[in-house]
Design a protein around this ligand. Structure first.
Ligand code: MN
Length: 484
């Protein structure tokens, strides 16, 4: 690769916008001056780091303020410049972004000190004011993880663990799967180097062995779609190393992982997605229960696609993901895609779009209910930075809940009314005791309600795991109390 320079960055930006190049150049020169004499552990001049972060963001077509802030992101921390000075030299938005990123760097998710807890809360909530702070931080973390080989063994493990616990889930919540996958693989590489090598080799072998089968399957599908005049572009994808490790570690065997190999079919129009699905099923038989329509029912991070798993050439299981170009961009970069879909300064648009993400609402709810900083951080970890189960309504809508959630959590995630009038529940066709059942991924849950029900029982409050359920149960109990 050509060595990174400010000219390369300016070229990259000029490819998607004409404005802002002067400000970007100015931010670069200032950062270079402020970091003068500082070196990275690799021995390179420090400026190469902010420049790389800005370059990563330019690949997502980030706006001028975001690129400027990326160039300046370590200056408040590492030099004498202040937020106010940056505001005067650029604008208050750039200053807020740099300040926000600086605060996140001090984040310590596992600390128990009040000062840290208060800080953690502020940082997490900064997302609800300007998500671009988190986006810059993700690019910063990505570059640091890519260059982690120069750090001490202790620092490597510490950073890798924090990345796995905090930043990879954040990337997932924002729908940026490309970033999530890379962060996970890099974390595993430093946390479990031997295991990583092992799985990397395994993956290479799988790739080699399946190559011809995948290419033939791809050609057949392409031929069929072209026969029906559906413009398309097909990519082959193999599960990332971390994903492979998780599946095999959970006891799956290579032949039973339904999405080990995938073909991404990118079409022009939504209706072509559905037509393609039918055509593909007409040549390769699908596994019935594996079909999912995430176009009609997007995931909670706004991922959209049709999924089906087929028996491809030689009866090899291949997952097929069918989506439009815009959906594909969103599948790769999540909310960052709106940089590209709406040019110019994108803060307002992004904050508006963010309201569609479940993560945003969960955070605000936890903030509203829990005053104590320690309780807040604990609950965010327990509810958001934890494993999830994916359950379904009878209509096939996905309900994502933290692992260990109950029927009570499910009912209240649908609506306050459904929770308050619930008298029973059917899971996968059988009645279950609502106070005892723990939800599992793929459960299809039908809540039975009765308008005359007395309302939530007192102990439901303790059985609920999610903040939403607890909040709604409490509010019912308080209203009851007033009516008495
Ligand atoms: Mn940095």
């Amino acid at each position: 690769m050509e060595e990174l320079s400010i000219d390369l960055l300016l070229d990259a930006v000029a490819r998607y916008q004409k404005e802002g190049l002067d400000s970007i150049k100015k931010a670069y020169l200032l950062a270079e001056k402020l970091h003068d004499g500082q070196k990275r552990q690799s021995g390179e001049p420090y400026i190469i780091h902010p420049l790389s972060v800005a370059f990563i963001l330019s690949q997502m077509h980030a706006d001028t303020d975001t690129i400027c802030a990326a160039l300046l992101h370590d200056t408040i921390e590492d030099s004498s410049i202040t937020k106010e000075e940056i505001a005067l030299l650029f604008n208050p938005q750039v200053a807020k972004l740099v300040d926000g990123v600086t605060k996140i760097s001090k984040l310590n998710f596992s600390s128990k000190e009040e000062q840290n807890l208060a800080n953690t809360r502020k940082i997490i909530l900064s997302l609800t004011e300007d998500v671009r702070i988190i986006i810059i931080k993700l690019a910063d973390r990505l570059h640091n993880m890519r260059t982690l080989q120069y750090k001490s063994r202790f620092k490597q493990q510490e950073n890798a663990l924090e990345t796995l616990e905090l930043f990879a889930p954040l990337a997932y919540y924002l729908g940026a799967y490309t970033i999530k996958n890379e962060l996970e693989d890099l974390s595993l590489r430093y946390l479990e180097p031997k295991l990583y090598d092992n799985y990397q080799k395994k993956r290479q072998k799988l790739e080699k062995d399946a190559k011809n089968i995948l290419l033939t399957t791809k050609d057949h599908i392409q031929e069929k779609l072209e026969e029906h005049k559906i413009n398309n572009h097909i990519q082959i994808r193999i599960k990332n190393i971390f994903g492979l490790y998780k599946k095999l570690d959970a006891g799956y065997s290579l032949n039973t992982i339904h999405d080990l190999f995938a073909l991404k079919v990118i079409t022009e129009k939504v209706e072509d997605c559905y037509l393609s699905l039918g055509l593909i099923h007409s040549i390769y038989p699908p596994i019935n229960e594996r079909f999912k329509d995430y176009i009609c029912n997007p995931k909670t991070n706004y991922y959209q696609s049709l999924h089906t798993t087929i028996y491809g050439e030689n009866n090899r299981l291949v997952q097929i993901q069918i989506r439009t170009q815009d959906m594909d961009k969103i599948a790769n970069y999540g909310i960052m895609t709106y940089f590209d879909l709406y040019q110019g300064q994108t803060r307002e648009i992004m904050q508006e779009k963010l309201k569609r993400y479940q993560f945003y609402h969960s955070l605000l709810e936890i903030d509203e209910v829990l005053g104590d900083n320690q309780d807040f951080v604990k609950q965010v970890k327990r509810e958001l930075f934890t494993e999830k189960v994916h359950t379904f309504t009878p209509d096939g809508d996905i309900i994502e809940l933290p692992k260990g959630s109950s029927i009570i959590d499910f009912a209240y995630s649908l609506s306050e009314d459904i929770g308050n009038t619930m008298i029973g529940a059917c899971v996968n066709g059988s009645m279950v005791p609502i106070e005892e059942y723990t939800l599992k991924t793929k459960d299809r849950v039908h809540i039975i309600t009765d308008e005359l029900a007395y309302g939530p029982k007192e102990k439901w409050y303790h059985l609920a795991k999610t903040t939403r359920a607890k909040k709604l149960i409490k509010s019912f109990q308080e209203k009851e109390h007033l009516n008495r």
